[in-house]
Design a protein around this ligand. Structure first.
Ligand SMILES: CC(C)(COP(=O)(O)OP(=O)(O)OC[C@H]1O[C@@H](n2cnc3c(N)ncnc32)[C@H](O)[C@@H]1OP(=O)(O)O)[C@@H](O)C(=O)NCCC(=O)NCCS
Length: 383
């Protein structure tokens, strides 16, 4: 079946609307099947409308994709390549979407073929540093803390957890990740696939989920400060401060030593990001903590109206204000704000680097439970 795979490519599509609609719908269907398999939450998959809109409106990257068809014309996999055009102009981000439609040996061959085809596109763009994420099925327990693994206190893994913890992997069977926080096991399928393709593991991330069942309390700002909240675009008075907080986030979020540079944000960039979200029918629910005219912290949820799934995006506290409970306060405030503005919201999803124990402590206190772990992989292409 795999030998007769053929590709349809976004760059080869004719200029008519119907061809683009059909391509994006097929790509979204493959993404949905892959996301349901890896994380069990179909809503995490990018919809056809959202991807198309982001490709059109996001001026910070150029994107392309290809869909693999078997001999019967059935879509069996896909890849998406994103090429940043402002910072990190030697890099590209690749996503291989391979739903479990074929037998294991064939699945490995299909994944390898999709990745190789995506890397050819990366080369065509003249990029040499490639990043991708893959979800683990086996997580090596040591040295991750019980808090990170969701096994602290009397807590055990949830039924919906999409991973198993390997406590005593055979000697020599693990590879340390570049961040120095954790190792990956060569018996994990994704690890075998990625190392075979020459990629190195950079950072392990925890994917966690919060059920928004309880009404929850609001978030009180510490004395001398106040909470400010809004939906969609930042009020003019806070735009410059918010852009600056994005730059602080970029400069201080743990990246595990991955070869990319932090982005610098200004108001123009913030307004572009807000406009892209609006054009893609994504609502931004924001809370921040202000001390006088200065914002000390902010946090952001993104939601497509009507979807039960909300994405916890950036959370940041200015370095000089950390350790005083501001992250907890601003997150509580935004959860209350979300409940007030979006009664549809049921589940919040978030990704955290496993070494970001401060953020994981905040999220655990808020009720987040680990659902899966993924790895950021990096490859340097020669030539
Ligand atoms: C993560 C971050 C938002 C935390 O902000 P903060 O205001 O210091 O957090 P808080 O003061 O509310 O502390 C939260 C909890 O983390 C704990 N904590 C703080 N630093 C810690 C550390 N280095 N290791 C372990 N726990 C830590 C605190 O003790 C507190 O737990 P407690 O309430 O049980 O005492 C802040 O460090 C930051 O902006 N980092 C850079 C951006 C980032 O990584 N964002 C998250 C990306 S997913």
């Amino acid at each position: 079946m795999i030998h007769s795979v053929s590709m349809i490519r976004s760059i080869d599509l004719p200029a008519d609307e119907a061809a683009h609609v059909d391509f994006h719908e097929r790509l979204a269907a493959v993404g949905l099947a892959a996301m349901s398999d890896r994380l069990g939450i179909p809503e995490l998959a990018t919809t056809a409308e959202r991807r198309r809109s982001e490709w059109t409106h996001d001026a910070t990257r150029v994107c392309e994709a290809a869909i693999a068809l078997d001999a019967t014309g059935r879509a069996v996999g896909a890849w998406v390549v994103e090429v940043p055009v402002r910072e990190n102009t030697d890099t590209a981000y690749v996503q291989v979407l391979d739903p479990p439609l074929v037998a294991v040996a064939e699945a490995d061959a299909l994944h390898a073929a999709l990745l190789a085809d995506a890397l050819a596109a990366v080369r065509r763009h003249g990029r040499h540093v490639v990043f991708t994420h893959e979800v683990l099925t086996e997580v090596v327990g040591d040295p991750l803390s019980p808090l990170v693994l969701g096994q602290d206190g009397d807590r055990t893994l949830d039924e919906g957890a999409h991973f198993t913890v390997v406590d005593h992997p055979p000697a020599g069977s693990t590879i340390p990740v570049r961040s120095r926080s954790g190792t990956v096991s060569q018996s994990d399928r994704s690890v075998r696939r990625m190392t075979a393709a020459g990629f190195a593991p950079v950072q392990i991330e925890r994917f966690s989920v919060l059920a928004l069942m309880s009404p929850g309390g609001g978030g009180a700002a510490p004395p001398g400060s106040r909470v400010v909240s809004w939906v969609d675009g930042a009020p003019k008075e806070w735009a410059a401060q918010l852009a600056d907080l994005y730059s602080v986030f970029e400069a201080t979020v743990p990246t595990g030593g991955a070869s990319f540079e932090p982005e610098t944000w200004d108001v123009a960039r913030l307004r572009e990001a807000e406009a892209t979200a609006r054009a893609s029918d994504v609502v931004r629910v924001v809370s921040a903590i202000a001390e006088g005219r200065r914002l000390l912290a902010f946090t952001l949820f993104e939601q497509t109206p009507g979807s039960p799934v909300v994405f916890q995006e950036h959370t940041v506290v200015r370095p000089e204000a950390r350790g005083r409970g501001l992250a907890v306060a601003v997150k509580r405030a935004n959860a209350a704000h979300l409940r007030a503005v979006s009664p549809d919201a049921e589940t919040v999803c978030t990704w955290n680097a496993v070494e970001n124990t401060a953020m994981i402590a905040v999220n655990t206190a808020a009720g987040f439970r680990p659902r899966a772990f993924s790895v950021l992989w990096e490859l340097r292409l020669e030539g």
